[in-house]
Design a protein around this ligand. Sequence first.
Ligand code: JHZ
Length: 415
Amino acid sequence: MSSVVKIKKCRICDSTNLLDFLFLGDIPIPNGFINKKDLKKKEKKYPLTVTFCKDCSLVQLRYIVNPKIMFQNYLYIPSSSKTRIEHFKNLAATTSDHTKLNEKSLVIDIGSNDGSLLTFFKNLGCEVLGVDPAENLVKVAELNGIRTEQGYISIPLAKKIVKKHKRASAVLATNVVAHISDLKEFLKSLDILLEEKGIFIAQFPYIVDLIKKNQFDTIYHEHLSYFSLKSLMKLSQHSNLEIYSVERNDLDGGSIRVFWKKKSNNSIIRDDKKINKLLQVEEDYGLYQEKIYLKFSATIKKIKKDTIKKIKELKAKNKIIVGYGAAAKGNIMLNYFGIGTRHIDYLVDSTPYKQGLYSPGVHIPIYDEFRIYEDKPDYLLILAWNFKKEIMEKNRQFKKNGGKFIISVPEFEIL
Ligand code: JHZ
């Protein structure tokens, strides 16, 4: 695969009836943090164009960046947030409510990162196996005691895993399905991985929340698809798996958990009530019509204008602004808004791997969170707005000292 490919048809239904409704610009990959010595090198940028399939309603990126460029060396780790780790604990409990797990059960996590989620299944006594393409993170996971196969899930890798280990009682994928280009092959791989009564649980940010709450910065090169339940049901038609339940939760600004089983497994009853209720929410919200996406695009342009104006006003008063959380989404926001070192003095992030590096595109230095207590900036622009509560609680003292928080999603606000 070349470094970037333009798609001509929908990933799920092959329709060419696509509407490009938003262009966020040519932007470097959002987890492409830079070493000081490389700052002068030309960075590769890729177009971020979002398109809507008028036939099956899948929202997707027009341009796909080669996954090797994005995931081989990956600096994002879930364990940098308490909220996410608590959520993983809850996900492990939900999984064992859905399927009987014991010491003989194998649980596989696709996109297992540093092994944080699987640790909870290990504590439940299950056998666990991670699958992840990032060389650096496989090493971290192994150090955490989580055995991990390095690679992208595919039919050959699924067959290899079954041969080497066994079939799984549960396969999980949190914030991963959106990263996958060939979704039909993905479902086939799951069919191979799962035992007859096994279940697959996927979780990712939900398009209804994304549109409703103006979460434009969740749109980036890693996320190829932004699924509605309807689009996923359409996808499942091409496979041996079917969706049997669905739940919403408030992680990452609003996510859905989708539960799949094998079509041949009649021991699990499909929860039609939950499924139909959510399909109705989507229909009522206008998710299957192009109008809502055109409106979203106009709103995002307004947020950009408002934020730049307000930040310039603060800078004119010589206020010091620091960005909180060098999240992938934050890097998209900064690049789309064109906010750089003239506006933001530096970023802070709890992930040790990101500290000492520079943000992609706008090249803002990243430091340890504690730096704000030495420098005492006037404002903290919360880039990781999905952890607003956790970040504000953690920095109560900053507020007590007279500091203020700024948020730009769902709209510009000083808190
Ligand atoms: P966070 C990643 O996106 C990439 P990002 C990926 N594609 C995806 O889908 C989402 O995750 C879910 C920092 N932080 O989790 C840690 C603090 O510094 O929103 C992280 O760098 N202090 C897989 O990168 C960042 O913020 C804190 O107190 O947008 C949050 O990144 C807290 C709570 C976080 O994901």
